[in-house]
Ligand binder design. Structure first.
Ligand SMILES: [Zn+2]
Length: 315
């Protein structure tokens, strides 16, 4: 069979640790999702001194294939596996919301529970699963992933920043509104930022191996993850042989209605204590970059699809 030459695509910004972000919250549906999609990035963040926390929405109790293990037992196993995996990449703050695996919906209650974590941890960046189904990689688009991504997106905007969303969080728990400036989406149709994980790849593999109940402790999986990371780096325009994870970035504090003047305040934030002042020149620059990236991605077509990982073991 003839080989179709791969087109060169230099599409992605490469993440740099000097971007001013101090705290990052990862929100994913199942134990192991964050490790398949992002553990190299998590390790890069923690190595750079960022504080990272996880919010795992379900217990993963529908995972695994051993029918002799009760589902409640499986949930306990998977919590421990996720805690072990988190410690491999420098994360000690793991919140389990305890929703049942396989039935997740982006309910108002789930949005509230994620909002609670956001207002408590107060991250500048939230990383979650894309709420958009990727038809070319449907295994990555497990319905629970879509639901977790949708609920986390709604929690970032508007719930966490709006004092009148989930008023009990403020009135009864004293959790002040908080604006998350960036939302990063895993396995998104259009990734536009890549994180170099060459130095943290082995940590990612160690984290993945912790999920023994899901059959991840094998060399074949490690080889496959390396292939995915290599492909992601290539599609991101990084030098041949690089390893990367990639994401779609959404600037949630950049919803600027007025572009006159040197600085504007997002109208959504008026009246909120945690006001973000947006530099319009920076917003214009970001928008121009976003536009260039999208046009380039259209030119590159299917080669821009990142193979970034996700468990084939999800139920
Ligand atoms: Zn999953």
């Amino acid at each position: 069979m003839a080989t179709v030459p791969r087109r060169e695509c230099s599409l992605s910004t490469i993440w740099s640790p000097d971007d001013g972000v101090e705290r990052v919250l990862f929100v994913t549906a199942h134990p192991d999702d964050v490790d398949f999609g992002s553990a190299g990035t998590v390790a890069a963040f923690t190595r750079s001194g960022l504080e990272v926390a996880y919010c795992i929405v379900t217990d993963g109790d529908a995972g695994g294939s051993d029918r002799s293990v009760s589902r409640s037992e499986m949930a306990a196993i998977r919590r421990q596996e996720q805690n072990d995996a988190a410690s491999e990449v420098g994360v000690m703050d793991v919140t389990f919301l305890g929703y049942p695996d396989g039935k997740l919906q982006p309910t108002f209650e789930l949005r509230r529970d994620i909002t609670r974590v956001i207002r408590s941890f107060r991250p500048q960046r939230v990383v979650t699963q894309s709420p958009e189904r990727v038809w070319d990689r449907i295994i990555a688009s497990h319905p629970d992933h879509l639901a977790a991504g949708e609920a986390a997106t709604c929690a970032v905007y508007p719930d966490a920043r709006n004092p009148f969303s989930h008023p009990e969080l403020l009135d009864e728990e004293g959790l002040e509104p908080h604006t998350v400036e960036e939302l990063w989406l895993m396995v998104a149709p259009e990734a536009d930022i890549a994180v170099d994980i060459a130095d943290t790849f082995e940590q990612k593999i160690k984290a993945l191996r912790c999920h023994k109940s899901q059959g991840t402790n094998n060399d074949a999986l490690a080889d496959r993850i390396r292939e995915w990371a290599t492909e992601t780096a290539r599609n991101s325009g990084m030098p041949e042989g690089s390893l990367a994870e990639s994401f779609r970035v959404v600037h949630t504090a950049g919803d600027v209605r007025r572009l006159a003047g040197e600085q504007v305040v997002d109208e959504n934030l008026v009246g909120v204590k945690d006001v973000v002042v947006v530099d319009v020149a920076d917003v214009a620059h970001r928008r121009a970059n976003d536009l260039r990236t999208r046009r380039a991605r259209q030119d590159c077509g299917r080669h821009s699809q990142q193979p970034q990982g996700h468990s084939q073991f999800d139920r």
